[in-house]
Ligand binder design. Structure first.
Ligand code: SAH
Ligand code: DHB
Ligand code: MG
Length: 217
């Protein structure tokens, strides 16, 4: 049960508690460990181990066969979701930085997932329309440039099947969700359009994770 402190945002999840829970429910194997350990010059901004496992379980619950990810980095969240695909499924992951995309392809090959995942290089707003012939999609996971979340969200709603999932990482915008900035407005717009078209919730992971289930329209 929540108490006044936890309702106000206090966290009981200390580092040792978080680590023990991740180790117990979602231990890394070699492929995940490899993608979690970013090389020099690549920022370590992937989802956490428990959030990666949550993405995988949500894909399983949705029976996902066709998934789109915006923001690959080096493939950590990609591995989690690709492993959760139903037989014959495919994941398209979009990455703007060619260096990140190349490392991701190596990590996905090392995980034995090269045939189930296509890393598409380019900007999300340019690449997403080229994926439309593969749709409608079961899951769209948004985790790239925050200033475009409203555009990515609108694309997701338009290209998901009814009952499909839209997921958005960093939905607290690093504590800046209420800011009158371009990305503050874009992230609030993303929340609002998901809420309008989906049964939705903001899952209070440390960074916030929006989950929407597209309603039949
Ligand atoms: N989903 C990854 C983390 C992604 S980090 C994981 O959890 O493992 C965000 C990534 O988005 C970075 O690699 C960055 O290069 C990429 N990115 C930034 N702007 C982008 C854009 N406009 N289009 C596509 N990718 C972009
Ligand atoms: C950043 C991006 C992310 O997707 C994230 O989860 C954490 C940080 C960033 O751009 O700094
Ligand atoms: Mg993120």
């Amino acid at each position: 049960m929540a108490d006044d402190d936890s309702r106000a945002g206090s966290r009981y999840a200390t580092r040792p508690i978080l680590d023990w829970c991740a180790q117990t429910h979602a231990p890394h194997d070699a492929a995940l460990a490899r993608a979690f350990a970013t090389p020099e010059g690549v920022p370590a901004i992937m989802v956490g181990p428990s959030e990666g496992q949550l993405l995988a379980l949500l894909c399983k619950l949705a029976g996902a066969r066709k998934v789109v990810e915006v923001g690959t980095l080096v493939g950590y969240s990609t591995i989690h979701m690709a492993r959760a695909l139903a037989p014959g499924g495919h994941l398209w992951s979009i990455e703007f930085d060619p260096k990140h995309a190349a490392i991701a392809r190596d990590n996905l090959a090392a995980a034995g997932l090269a045939d189930r995942v296509t890393v598409v290089e380019g900007a999300g707003v340019d690449v997403l329309p080229t994926l439309e012939p593969h749709g409608p999609f079961d899951v769209v996971f948004i985790d790239a440039d925050k200033v475009n979340y409203d555009r990515y969200g609108a694309w997701a709603i338009a290209n998901l099947r009814p009952g499909g999932l839209v997921l958005g990482d960093n939905s607290f915008l690093f504590g800046e969700l209420m800011d009158e900035s371009d990305r503050g407005r874009a992230m609030r717009g993303f929340h609002e359009l998901v809420a309008k078209s989906c049964d939705s919730v903001n899952i209070p992971t440390p960074d916030g994770l929006v989950l929407g289930i597209k309603r039949p329209s």
